[in-house]
Design a protein around this ligand. Structure first.
Ligand SMILES: NC(=O)c1ccc[n+]([C@@H]2O[C@H](COP(=O)([O-])OP(=O)(O)OC[C@H]3O[C@@H](n4cnc5c(N)ncnc54)[C@H](O)[C@@H]3O)[C@@H](O)[C@H]2O)c1
Length: 249
């Protein structure tokens, strides 16, 4: 897909990977709906895009609410007259499962898996009606490899991977491509929350840490490459960008 002149909705766009992807999509010529719970940080991203010569609007969105997701996609049509790209990216970190007495793990499932399924469902229906589009879902290398300290997080991301692979057929049938990006550890608030010691350990084990812009470059590739449907892109420090378990329609 040619990003120039398109319109994109990015969830979790107020921070980290979503922010970098919203900026990169806008730089490539997309008009962007910055959708997030965080209004102040979201407005800052809209300003950054505007300062760089791009066009964006903020839309408050809790991805666990179907009406918020539908509202964010409708916002693209209302403001920009089209809706071509959905980057379902909002996500939260894992849990200490066996110390979790408050049921926080359920929220991880709700945000990282259930909401991605719901967003894809709504976006695909809309894109089929409009004649085509691209959905990119954020999974993780933790959706391919085990993460002992975050098993529910890993399960949600594995769910996103196989959900996405299963939708490869939508490309030939409906001109809608659904792909997923699987980043390794990326330097964002989500990871920084683990503290300096953990961060140093991650960098040593992984040979460094990705920058959000490295992942954003992968997202743009998944949008632009018309041959990719049901594709699972890995982004790692040592391996760069490559594809796992590729399914072509
Ligand atoms: N940082 C990493 O190492 C890493 C690695 C692999 C995958 N990921 C995934 O990348 C995605 C983005 O993470 P990040 O690292 O940029 O984190 P981040 O914390 O920097 O950004 C996440 C954004 O999502 C928003 N958000 C959270 N819950 C939401 C909700 N219910 N509705 C709407 N917005 C919500 C937050 O407000 C925040 O702006 C997540 O899906 C995460 O699981 C991150």
């Amino acid at each position: 897909m040619d990003i120039d002149g398109s319109s994109a909705v990015v969830t979790g766009a107020a921070s980290g990977i979503g922010r970098a992807s919203a900026l990169a999509l806008a730089r490539a010529g997309a008009r962007v709906v910055v959708a997030d719970l965080a209004a102040r940080r979201g407005a800052q991203v809209v300003d950054e895009i505007g300062t760089a010569g791009g066009i964006a609007v903020f839309r408050h969105c809790d991805v666990t609410r179907t009406e918020d997701l539908a509202g964010a996609f409708a916002c693209a049509l209302e403001h920009f007259g089209r809706f071509d790209i959905a980057f379902n990216n909002a996500g939260i970190a894992g849990e200490d499962l066996f110390e979790d007495t408050a049921g926080d793990w359920q929220r991880v499932v709700d945000v990282n898996l259930t909401a991605v399924i719901d967003a894809t469902r709504i976006a695909v229906r809309e894109m089929r009606r409009l004649g085509g589009g691209v959905v990119v879902n954020t999974a993780s290398m933790g959706g391919i490899l085990p993460i002992p300290d975050s098993p529910v997080y890993a399960a949600t991301k594995a769910g996103v991977v196989n959900f996405t692979r299963s939708l490869a057929y939508l490309a030939p049938a409906h001109r809608v491509r659904v792909n997923a990006v699987c980043p390794s550890y990326t330097d964002t608030p989500l990871v920084r929350r683990r503290g300096d010691e953990d961060l140093a350990d991650i960098k040593q084990r992984m040979g460094g840490i990705l920058q959000p812009e490295d992942v954003a470059a992968g997202v743009l590739e998944l949008v632009q490459d018309d041959s990719r449907a049901g594709a699972i892109m890995r982004v790692t420090v040592r391996g760069g960008r490559d594809y796992a378990r590729d399914v072509r329609p």
